[in-house]
Write a protein that binds this ligand. Structure first.
Ligand code: ZN
Length: 291
């Protein structure tokens, strides 16, 4: 990616999770459950938990405050104190802010940007504990993207998806979930999920993830300066590497399409490419008008 001219976003925080990370009012059981759900279901799992809490009359924001445990320190150091990969992430975030601001402005709307939170090992989010094993995720309750920068190193070694474009793809994908949240799409999807059996709910989840992939492509397409030779291939390799079928095979299991929550490698590549080739969020209707 060509990011030299990009301004770093100022919407970030750094969490020092060495104090334990499971602080807050998680009350043990749920606190331990959230990371499991997160790792099993990816970004959507957190959403499911929130829906369950709302349905049960619980306040999802109660996950944030109160209770025992060590509070996680949140600070905002000067970006010069950050690592190279963190500064790259902030340039990507800044770029997404400018592109999505333009898109929203064209429709007479304002774009409220998300905040990027860097954490190490054990963090705390408005959606519960954040752990490296969960990978990057977006929490709709506090409109923050949680990123353990070690994840990028892991991605490089484990998923064989090196290069810097995957950093952009992943952050832009999480920004895609933010777009879904502020436009109300995420709410509509959650409501639709409550009305259908689990397999169909998973299918809706897949469509939500593929739409976020497409939105990531829209961002990259709109930043005409950004793409360098090889970036498209890097992005496709990353999309291929994190498809559910590829991950299930890598775990020694036979791929079960009904259990997919993010989409197959082919689907993820298809929708990232669709966003990239059109630069038009209206082309990202993975639901085919059904939501
Ligand atoms: Zn996602």
């Amino acid at each position: 990616m060509r990011l030299d001219d990009e301004q770093e976003s100022s919407h970030y925080e750094v969490q020092d999770g060495r104090g334990g990370g499971f602080g807050g009012g998680l009350g043990g059981g749920l606190g331990m459950l959230l990371p499991l759900i997160g790792s099993r279901f990816g970004c959507g799992g957190i959403v499911v938990v929130l829906v369950i809490m709302v349905v049960m009359g619980m306040n999802p924001l109660s996950l944030v405050g109160g209770g025992g445990g060590q509070p996680v320190q949140t600070e905002r150091p000067a970006s010069t104190e950050l690592t190279a990969v963190q500064r790259t992430s902030l340039k990507v975030l800044g770029s997404t802010e400018r592109r999505w601001t333009d898109i929203f402005k064209a429709q007479g709307q304002e774009y409220p940007p998300p905040t990027l939170v860097f954490y190490s090992q054990n963090g705390q989010s408005g959606c519960g504990a954040a752990q490296s094993a969960m990978g990057p995720f977006y929490c709709p309750a506090d409109q923050r993207i949680y990123l353990d920068t070690d994840f990028f190193n892991e991605m490089e070694s484990r998923f064989n998806a090196p290069g810097d474009f995957p950093i952009g793809y992943i952050i832009a994908h999480e920004v895609g979930h933010h777009i879904q949240t502020i436009t109300g799409e995420a709410d509509r999807i959650r409501k639709a999920q409550q009305r259908v059996p689990e397999a169909e709910g998973n299918a809706l989840q897949v469509k939500m993830e593929l739409q976020a992939d497409c939105y990531a492509g829209v961002w990259a397409a709109r930043d005409t300066n950004l793409m360098e030779a090889g970036d498209l291939e890097e992005g496709m390799r990353a999309a291929q590497a994190i498809g559910d079928d590829t991950l299930q095979k890598a775990a020694g299991r036979r791929p079960v399409p009904e259990s997919f929550t993010h989409g197959s490698s082919a689907q993820r590549m298809e929708w990232l490419r669709k966003g990239l080739s059109t630069g038009d969020p209206a082309q990202c209707d993975t639901f085919n008008g059904a939501i």
